[in-house]
Design a protein around this ligand. Structure first.
Ligand code: S3P
Length: 172
């Protein structure tokens, strides 16, 4: 079985995913880390040296490889993964996959992304807090169409990590 976490940057996919995997005795895979290893470069370098289209192709290849794993695994996607090409349909067509959307509102995301937006290529050029918040609002609106098709939606606003993990665990 695969538990797959999707959601916007800063929604907690990687940190919740790791802890969820530990508590369920599943393996854990972070798609961005997997891509970085495949390409021997950081996500930031892949974007800046080879561009986003190259990254999206690699992201699809990496996703396919992770979905072939036989072991029970929690997979944290990148924020854009379900929103490009046929990735979402591909995920939903897999047997034994539960896709969970970690849903955060704009305020939560803007706050969480203030401090570490420089490491995120899509946010790193947005200089002021207002510009970043505006971007996140519009981007989240566009992406929600994809995220909302997940099998389950778990709201993360004002919840501790433990509460979110407990909610996710109750789903499977
Ligand atoms: C992206 C999110 C990032 C990473 C890449 C693109 C996106 O992952 O995959 O920078 O398109 O939202 P996180 O959501 O883990 O930050």
């Amino acid at each position: 079985m695969k538990i797959i976490l999707c959601g916007y940057m800063g929604s907690g996919k990687s940190s919740i995913g790791l802890r969820l995997a530990e508590s369920a005795h599943f393996n854990f895979q972070d798609l961005d880390n997997f891509i970085s290893k495949l390409d021997s470069r950081s996500i930031r370098d892949i974007f800046s040296e080879s561009g986003e289209v190259y990254f999206r192709k690699l992201e699809r290849q990496a996703l396919e490889q992770l979905l072939l794993l036989e072991e029970d695994t929690v997979i944290a996607l990148g924020g854009g993964t379900p929103c490009y090409g046929t990735n979402l349909d591909f995920i939903l067509a897999q047997p034994d996959v539960q896709l969970i959307y970690l849903k955060a509102n704009i305020g939560t995301l803007a706050e969480r992304l203030q401090s570490n937006s420089t490491s995120r290529p899509l946010l790193s050029d947005l200089m002021t807090e207002n510009v970043r918040t505006e971007f996140i609002a519009k981007h989240l609106f566009e992406r929600s169409f994809y995220y909302e098709q997940a099998h389950h939606i778990v709201r993360v606003d004002s919840k501790t990590k433990e509460e979110v993990i407990r909610e996710c665990t109750r789903l499977f």
